[in-house]
Every structure is written in C-alpha cells, then in structure tokens.
Design a protein around this ligand. Structure first.
Ligand SMILES: Nc1ncnc2c1ncn2[C@@H]1O[C@H](COP(=O)(O)OP(=O)(O)OP(=O)(O)O)[C@@H](O)[C@H]1O
Length: 292
C-alpha cells in the first residue's frame, strides 16, 4: 500500500495566535510542495507532521497511525529542518555513524547503509571531509542522508534551497525527486521555482489557511486568461504597478517589459500570455485578498 498522510480539521495555536486554520489535506507518494509566504504556517505544519508540535485540535494520521503515537510515527518520518547544522568537527562518515547509533542501527547495519547513502547523495568521495569544511549544498545533501538513515516513508524538508547557488540548487532538487520515487517527500518553500521544477501536487498556505490544494497543472489552469504582458514606458510602469499585480519587470532602456495579472484586457496593446507557476501563485494570492 502506498503511504498516505491524512490531515482533518487541524487547528494549531501558539498561545492566542492561530498559526493553522482548519486544514484538511491528503498527501500521497511523490513530491508534494507546500508553498506560502513567510509566516504562512508552513513550518508549523512540518513540525506537526514530524511530532515536534503536539496536535491539540484536529486529526492527523500517517498510514492510519495517529500522529499522537509519536514513537511509531518517528520511525516513519525523516526531517531536515531549516537550520540544519551538525557536529562541525566530525567527518562526514563519523557524523553519519554517530547518528546511526542514535537511531538504533546495529554496527553491521551502519556499515552497510552509510556508504550506500553517501553514494546516493554523492558524498562518497567526501567521507573524510569535516562537516565544517563543507559547502552549503554538500551540507544539505548530508542532511538528506541523515534524514533517510532509517529509511522513512516520509521525508520532510523545510526551505532547503535558501542560500544555495543555482547549480547546487538544481542538484539538490534532483536528489529530492530521486528520494520521492519510493516515499512521500514534502518540500516546504516560499521559492516558487523550487516547486515548479519538482512537484506534481501542491498546497498553498496563507495566514494559516489552505488556499489551494491540487496539481501544478490545476494551479496554472486557474490563472488561464488572466496574465498579460506589455512593453511600457517608465512613466506608464509606475501607474501599472499601482493598479495591477505585476509578476515580472524586465527593464530595457527607457522601456520595460511587464507581466501582470488582470481579470480582463488591462489596456490597449497588452497581450494575453500563458501563465507560469509564479503568475498563477500571484493570481491566487491577489484573488484571496479581493475575496476578503
Ligand atoms: N513559537 C512561536 N510563538 C508564537 N508565534 C509563532 C511561533 N512560531 C511561529 N509563530 C507564528 O505563527 C505563524 C506561522 O509561522 P510559521 O513559522 O509556521 O510560518 P512559515 O510559513 O514557516 O514562515 P517562514 O517561511 O518565515 O518560516 C506566524 O505568524 C509566526 O509568527
């Protein structure tokens, strides 16, 4: 049976502050993107799923096991937090071995599994490198290796590509896709490009509310006929920025190529464009604001 996470009527609070508002969501095998601005509630949801926060109101299950059964759930979950750093003075192998001991793996299991995992994340040639001497991308890959040490059914990765250069970012995204061939990988981010390149299913959170749950294709469809582009002067650009949601501006001397969200043709000369994920996300956010 494929792993399934089911979230029903989840409300989560920090004191009086409500960080998640009545969330209902199902997550299946493969890459699942969780998108939202800073403060949307992504980390809170990740922490609930990884048992770092206790559910007080609502129901969450992984393969029918209630999230409150934290011992059993922790065996199913691997978590790479936002601010991952570990044992700077250990070598890659030593750090993995130590974490293997903490995860309860026997010596023979560690001997078999650690080289295999380092190969998977392409760190096998760096097994003697000290953690503190690694690049940001290498450290993230080591983070993935430690998170799947116990072969979890679910891998949760919070804002993984922040601070990575483009090459490292792409390599890391490809690695996550590989991991998702045999498990659920939840990728939480505010970088739309990370989702566009990797995820089939996505959820968008805003101010604790789930404002979209579906496929990337469905998100794109929602913004069909709502995205326009135009070549405008600097003066016109200022006016457009005040009146419309602008999704991109490319300056070209005294002119700019602008892309914007509009329910109808915004002005003469504007051309309808196929939406990309960033456009669709901006459309969704603007729609929510207008519906309030
Ligand atoms: N420990 C806490 N105490 C009080 N409020 C908190 C706490 N942690 C988070 N919050 C608030 O809960 C809301 C959701 O925060 P959360 O960290 O889940 O958002 P996020 O989408 O992960 O944002 P970011 O991308 O900035 O990490 C925010 O308004 C935040 O200020």
């Amino acid at each position: 049976m494929d792993t399934e996470i089911v979230i029903k009527n989840l409300n989560q609070y920090y004191g009086k502050k409500q960080a998640l508002k009545d969330i209902n969501l199902s997550i299946h095998k493969g890459m699942f993107g969780l998108l939202g601005r800073n403060g949307a509630g992504k980390t809170t949801l990740m922490k609930v799923l990884s048992t770092l926060l206790t559910v007080k109101n609502g129901e969450v299950t992984i393969d029918d096991v209630p999230i409150t059964e934290s011992k059993e759930i922790r065996r199913m979950i691997g978590y790479l937090p936002q601010d991952f750093s570990m044992y700077p003075n250990m070598s890659v192998y030593e750090a993995m071995d130590y974490l293997g001991v903490l995860s309860g793996l026997s010596k023979s299991e560690r001997k078999e599994r650690i080289p295999e995992l380092l190969q998977k994340v392409n760190l096998h040639k760096n097994y003697k490198t000290k953690v503190k001497a690694m690049s940001g991308g290498m450290r993230r890959r080591l983070g993935i290796a430690q998170a799947i040490l116990h072969n979890p059914k679910v891998l949760i990765v919070d804002e993984p590509t922040a601070g990575l250069d483009p090459e490292e970012r792409i390599r890391f995204r490809n690695l996550l896709c590989e991991m998702a061939e045999e498990r659920i990988v939840i990728l939480s981010t505010h970088i739309v490009g990370d989702i566009e390149a990797t995820c089939e299913d996505i959820a968008v959170l805003d101010e604790g509310e789930l404002i979209f749950d579906g496929t990337v294709h469905e998100l794109l469809e929602a913004a069909e006929d709502k995205i326009y582009s135009a070549k405008v002067s600097r003066l016109e650009l200022e006016k457009i920025k005040n009146e419309y949601i602008v999704t991109s501006i490319v300056s070209m001397g005294n002119h700019a190529n602008v892309r914007l969200v509009s329910e109808n043709t915004p002005f003469e000369g504007a051309m309808k464009e196929e939406p990309n994920v960033e456009d669709s996300y901006m459309y969704l956010m603007s729609k929510k604001r207008r519906d309030l």
